[in-house]
Write a protein that binds this ligand. Structure first.
Ligand code: G3H
Length: 487
């Protein structure tokens, strides 16, 4: 563990890039390998994290906030030295466009800096209050314990660090498992972890999540589960914990964000935002627009402009300029998406764009499905890929009913120009989803905004200051003034 991978003698897993360098050649490029840890080794990581925390008596949880900030700053400095290496691996491992891979790295560094500033601010607020005459209180934030962190493949660096960093800086010890895709890019950072934090505070696990994490959860020694991914996996992990009431879960899960295009919408804006909103990085974003409701009066012009815009989309290798559609990292993803498309077309929808749904090696060209209805799988399932289902609506109650009945509640985008009508809708929409975007696509950033969701979309709120709260508990020292003190 702790940066000693190169001396690893045990079993290894080879890592292949989703990128095939030759057309019509399914040979994916081999990028390297990682160790497959055994359950015993995972147990060592757990012991190490439990020991470093030591019921809150460890060096790290007892350290002054200013010293923990220094350690994280030191880590960030070392991390910056590895930028090119990490960005390159990010691009090759998950096929993310070069520009977006660079953005992911830089955004992560920015996130760490914002976290440090937010913690300084939070710490400043720990002032002494006189709560009643002669009784004083000092309120502060204290760590929770051993945190298990896991991020998703689409943001393997950023979304691992959006939980790992706040957990760490609040004084928790951490075990983190890189996602299945986007695993090698963590390797260049392991030494920086080892050199910046006391021994046992950061522990990295490589191998099968199911095999390694089940016994960790069953041990009851995980105090916080920080997971970004599917709600099914989150629920399975949680239920392995013998005392659910002792576990804090910080979860960011699935979404099926809807776009509602009203009859008076500016079509150019709506089309541009809906195309990037549904298809950037192949639609593999939890915040992507995954279903579009277009008013029946404008659906003809909307589809025409939408298709024209899709025709302009560039697909190619992640290093190609302005590329949007790149190879898909998940092996069986193209088959799953094809099944969704087949199901919709059997039930009456058509793929209405040129070459829509065409598969070449690990690429899939976007498929626009219209008209979609609620009997189709794509109406409910989160496709997490380049498939855009479109429906028409007559009354606004129709998309509202969709949102009310959906299993998800992350975001919605509304395109329109009637400010009174939109203002009225906002009051209802904020009770259904956690972010309403007006004339703009759905997205997570800027990262200082709260990022959360309702129903199966999230539990707890991430993003900088909210995350600091999620990984800590408020504790208080109450001091009663004694007659001696008075003088
Ligand atoms: O996959 C979910 C991410 O949180 C999406 O973030 O909106 O910045 O792409 P983004």
């Amino acid at each position: 563990i702790d940066g000693t991978i190169k001396h690893w003698k045990g079993a290894k897993q080879d890592v292949y890039s989703p990128i095939c360098l030759k057309d019509n050649d399914n040979k994916q490029v081999k990028l390297g390998s990682y160790p497959i840890l055994t359950q015993n080794e995972a147990q060592l990581a757990l012991d190490s994290a439990v020991g470093a925390y030591n019921y809150g008596m460890g060096e790290w949880p007892q350290m002054k906030v200013s010293q923990r900030i220094k350690a994280v700053e030191n880590f960030t400095f070392k991390m910056l030295e590895k930028r090119d290496e990490v960005v390159n691996l990010l691009m090759w491992e998950i096929g993310k466009p070069l520009k977006d891979s660079q953005k992911e790295f830089d955004r992560t560094v920015e996130y760490i800096k914002d976290t440090i500033e937010a913690l300084k601010e939070l710490d400043r607020k720990n002032s002494q209050l006189e709560i009643e005459s002669g009784l004083y209180a000092q309120i502060k934030r204290s760590p929770l314990g051993v945190t298990l962190c896991m991020g998703p493949f689409n943001y393997p660096l950023n979304e691992t660090f959006t939980t790992l960093i706040p957990a760490l800086i609040m004084g928790n010890s951490v075990i983190f498992k890189p996602p299945k895709f986007g695993v090698l890019l963590h390797k260049p950072l392991l030494e920086a972890f080892r050199d910046s934090f006391p021994k046992g505070v950061v522990n990295t696990l490589y191998g099968s999540g199911e095999e390694l994490l089940t016994p960790l959860m069953k041990s009851g020694k995980i105090d916080v589960l920080a997971f970004i991914g599917s709600s099914k996996v989150a629920a399975t992990l949680e239920h392995h914990h013998p005392k659910l009431n002792r576990l804090r879960s910080v979860l960011s899960l699935e979404a099926k964000n809807a776009g509602i295009i009203m009859p008076d919408a500016n079509l150019e804006i709506a089309v541009n935002e809906c195309v990037t909103g549904s298809l950037s990085y192949n639609g593999q974003r939890c915040t992507a627009l995954k279903i579009l409701f277009v008013h029946e009066n404008i659906v003809g012009s909307f589809l025409e402009q939408f298709n024209a815009k899709i025709d302009e989309i560039k697909f190619g290798m992640p290093w190609d300029k302005d590329v949007q559609i790149t190879p898909l990292p998940e092996k069986n993803k193209t088959q799953y998406l094809k099944d969704l498309i087949d199901d919709a077309t059997k039930k009456g929808a058509k793929v209405i764009n040129k070459n829509g749904g065409t598969i070449k090696n690990t690429f899939m060209f976007p498929a626009v499905l219209y008209p979609v209805n609620k009997d189709m799988r794509v109406y409910e399932e989160e496709q997490f890929g380049p498939v855009v289902p479109i429906l028409t609506y007559k009354n606004i109650e129709e998309p509202m009913k969709y949102l009310m009945e959906s299993n998800y509640g992350q975001q919605v985008s509304v395109f329109g120009n009637n400010s009174d009508e939109i203002a009225k809708m906002i009051d209802s929409l904020v009770n259904l989803v956690s972010r309403v975007n007006i004339n703009a696509q759905c997205q997570r950033g800027p990262d200082i905004f709260p990022f959360t969701g309702r129903k199966d979309s999230a539990q707890s709120t991430l993003s900088v200051s909210d995350a600091l709260r999620a990984f800590s508990i408020r504790s208080m020292v109450a001091i009663k003034e004694s007659p001696e003190n008075k003088e």
